[in-house]
Design a protein around this ligand. Structure first.
Ligand code: KG4
Ligand code: ZN
Length: 347
């Protein structure tokens, strides 16, 4: 019998739903992005986000079911992000998922959002050789994970301050580029010279697999207006913005590549994969393919729409959990913090 999992994602600023068939075929994937709502604040405003999820959740879930030509009663389970994220946002998705599970007597599958990003590579390539080293780099998280087997990932290193996506977002704000910063820095960098400015690469000592990006943002700020100066950074000519964007992007990508290479040299792995919004970055993807250490391994780069937040990755992890009988109770809670790196099982 065909297995159909509905995946619901509302942890941040995307209201997303998808239907996944038999753990491999994405029958539908529908998404409403709130970027327009948060643009003027240059970051996600929690209450604005949860109110928007409340308005969008029913039509988005309905659209995912319609597009997949599936009735709720045809579903085998409902997967939903229950951690980590903004609690007011998570609660919207959880309420929708619980209502469907209760009404149609379906298993509820509480999913960890970061684990969903990690496992997306297995949705892209089901035969990805394991163990795999996975970089998850998004607006809220940046960490290296060792995926030993499905639902068995351990964290090797994480950021001590800003996430890589956050560094892109803050750098873009300093350069007067639009929010979210990743895509706008990437666009501006296309016409720039990455060698125009040498920015710091924080590697935190020879053995560390942790990340730190807050110094990079400060270095750019000081370059623009000098330490101790309180006026806003000056408006720069487009060619200068392009050069600085290219140098800034290169500094972030360099650190991500160096940490991946360091981990790959230390831990025996068969594959390398990436996930999270920053994994959409073309320079990062190109550098991965060019790296001698990394390209010697099986490289799995999920398509960009599967890297940033989406419902299909939630449905896929839900599918893996259902296969193992890891269903969640109907009083499943929303949890703000990420799993610190144990197994990808629901709490
Ligand atoms: O995974 P995601 O969609 O949401 C979170 O879970 O945070 O990631 C969003 C982050 C933002 O910080 C955004 O600037 C960054 O991913 N991002 C990018 C690109 N597209 C999105 N960063 C670099 N290059 C991109 N093309
Ligand atoms: Zn994410």
């Amino acid at each position: 019998m065909t297995q159909l999992i509905l995946g619901i994602e509302t942890s941040c600023d995307e209201t997303a739903a998808a239907v996944l068939e038999d753990g491999r075929h994405v029958r539908s994937s529908v998404l409403h992005s709130q970027i327009m709502l948060h643009e003027r604040w240059r970051g996600v405003v929690p209450e604005v986000a949860s109110r928007s999820h409340t308005q969008r959740i029913v039509p988005i879930v309905q659209a995912a079911l319609d597009e997949a030509k599936v009735r709720p009663s045809d579903l085998s389970g409902v997967a939903v992000t229950h951690r980590p994220g903004m609690v007011g946002c998570l609660l919207v998705g959880l309420a929708a998922a619980k209502a469907l599970a209760l009404r149609y007597d379906l298993p509820l599958l509480g999913v960890d959002h970061v684990q969903a990003h990690i496992h997306t590579a297995l949705l892209t390539r089901q035969d990805m050789p394991l163990p795999a080293l996975c970089l998850v780099a998004s607006g809220g998280h940046t960490a290296l994970w060792l995926l030993r087997a499905p639902l068995d990932a351990i964290r090797l290193g994480t950021t001590r301050d800003d996430a890589a996506g956050e560094a892109f977002d803050k750098g873009a704000a300093l350069l007067g580029l639009s929010y979210p910063g990743g895509p706008s820095i990437e666009r501006a960098a296309q016409n720039g010279n990455p060698k125009s400015l040498v920015l710091p690469r924080s590697l935190l000592g020879p053995d560390s697999l942790d990340f730190s990006f807050s110094g990079l943002k400060t270095a750019l700020l000081y370059h623009l207006r000098g330490p101790g100066v309180t006026e806003p950074p000056p408006v720069l000519p487009p060619a200068r913005v392009a050069d600085l964007a290219a140098a800034y992007q290169e500094a972030i990508v360099d650190v991500l590549i160096q940490k991946l290479s360091r981990a790959a040299e230390r831990v025996p792995v068969q594959s390398i994969c990436i996930g999270g919004g920053v994994a959409r970055n073309v320079r990062l993807r190109t550098r991965l393919q060019e790296s001698r250490t990394l390209s010697a391994l099986q490289l799995v780069l999920p398509e960009p729409s599967l890297c940033s937040d989406n419902g299909a990755m939630i449905a896929f992890l839900g599918h893996l959990q259902l296969q193992r009988g890891l269903t969640s109770p109907l009083d499943l809670e929303a949890v703000a913090t990420p799993d610190a790196g144990g197994k990808a099982a629901p709490r």
